[in-house]
Design a protein around this ligand. Structure first.
Ligand code: HEC
Length: 174
């Protein structure tokens, strides 16, 4: 039992659960099953030049995938099994990568965008209705602002009261 074997078992057994497929690879694989594909060769070569993390959107069979790989560095403990291959501590031993099927995530994103459009559209419509009814109420209020008899018996609109009344009813006017 070695770490790579465990990672490989886990990746093979659980990979399709979330549409994520993992892989462990190297330019000098101990196990030919871990031999890199073209994309991995390019990324592993970039690790040798100093890169440590690469993520790219790629298309496989017309479907979008996110491919990501991280450098897997050699530590002292690894040399017990990988030392004979010529590795030293802090060398890039290979990479741990993931293949993420983007289709389900894009579908969720599309559904969320649809929900957002609907809710935002609803709020906009509600705003339109509320401001429309406010305006109508304000117009009604100013129309029905009746002249108030003054103490002197003259008919006229009592200015401070009318102003108060209008202010209260016109509050929602922009
Ligand atoms: C107990 C022995 C052992 C130790 C310790 C060990 N490995 Fe491995 N490693 C293996 C074997 C055996 C394989 C091939 C196994 C397989 O895929 O089934 C392997 C495979 C790998 C691979 C995949 C490419 C390949 O060569 O097949 C990488 C990358 C890797 N090891 C990195 C490391 C790193 C980094 C460490 C230390 C953190 C480490 N290993 C420690 C035994 C070991």
């Amino acid at each position: 039992m070695n770490p790579a074997y465990m990672v490989r078992q886990m990746q093979e057994n659980f990979s399709d659960l979330y549409g994520v497929r993992g892989r462990i690879t190297s330019l000098k694989p101990l196990n030919p099953h871990n031999a890199p594909d073209e994309w991995e060769i390019r990324v592993l070569q970039s690790f040798d030049k100093g890169a440590r993390n690469v993520a790219e959107l790629v298309t496989v069979d017309g479907k979008p995938y996110l491919r990501a790989m991280r450098a897997f560095m050699t530590e002292k403990g690894c040399l017990k099994c990988h030392g004979h291959q010529g590795y030293k501590s802090a060398d890039v031993r290979g990479g741990v990568g993931a293949y993420v099927m983007m289709e389900p995530y894009l579908a969720v994103e599309r559904a969320e965008a649809r929900t957002l459009n609907i809710t935002h559209g609803g709020i906009w419509l509600l705003g339109l209705v509320v401001s429309g009814s406010c305006r109508a109420a304000a117009q009604n209020a100013s129309r029905s602002a009746k002249p108030i008899p003054t103490p002197a018996g003259e008919r006229g609109t009592h200015p401070p009261v009318a102003r108060l009344y209008r202010r209260r009813n016109l509050r929602c006017r922009p």
